[in-house]
Ligand binder design. Structure first.
Ligand SMILES: [Mg+2]
Length: 170
């Protein structure tokens, strides 16, 4: 179960305490795109997300998007935020996370993964020994395959909350 347990869980991306991450020695963030930075299938960056990214940059964090999404869409949003990206990522495979580490010139022990899915973002990050942060999905809309995984995911989340691994955040 611990391979599915995020180190932190937050209702919103902007609830992540960047200062606390700095104190933990985290210097780089691998960010999921769909339903983490923007709503699924949308290109509009919420103003508070934009602000949070600026704040992270100002604090000296290196950032990189890693998304299973199509290159063009991922690039458009990454360019708008002014950060590098890995697209077509096939998370939870390790390759996209390794590529993101290379793009940022960051080590695994100083890097956190931020994303809305246990079976791609958290599991993938854990496989490389990264610090993992789960956020609530920005929208209920998503890929049909994701929706199937959500049933299993909500079971895992309930167990993690019941067993006291993460706080009740829903
Ligand atoms: Mg996502």
């Amino acid at each position: 179960m611990h391979v599915l347990c995020p180190d932190e869980a937050h209702g919103r991306l902007v609830d992540i305490d960047l200062e606390r991450l700095v104190q933990k020695g985290i210097r780089a963030l691998i960010l999921d795109l769909d339903n983490t930075l923007v709503k699924w299938h949308e290109a509009e960056i919420p103003p508070e997300v934009d602000q949070w990214v600026d704040e992270a940059k100002a604090k000296g964090f290196k950032l990189c998007i890693a998304s299973n999404g199509f290159p063009e869409r991922v690039r458009t949003i990454a360019d708008r935020l002014g950060i590098p990206y890995v697209s077509g990522a096939l998370k939870p495979r390790r390759t996209p996370f390794r590529k993101a580490l290379m793009r940022m010139d960051a080590d695994s022990h100083e890097t956190a993964v931020v994303g809305d899915q246990i079976f791609t973002d958290v599991l993938g990050g854990k496989r490389l020994g990264l610090y993992t942060i789960l956020t609530r999905p920005l929208s209920r809309k998503e890929f049909p395959t994701t929706r199937i995984l959500r049933g299993l995911e909500s079971w895992v989340l309930r167990r993690l909350i019941q067993e006291g691994y993460i706080a009740d955040w829903r």
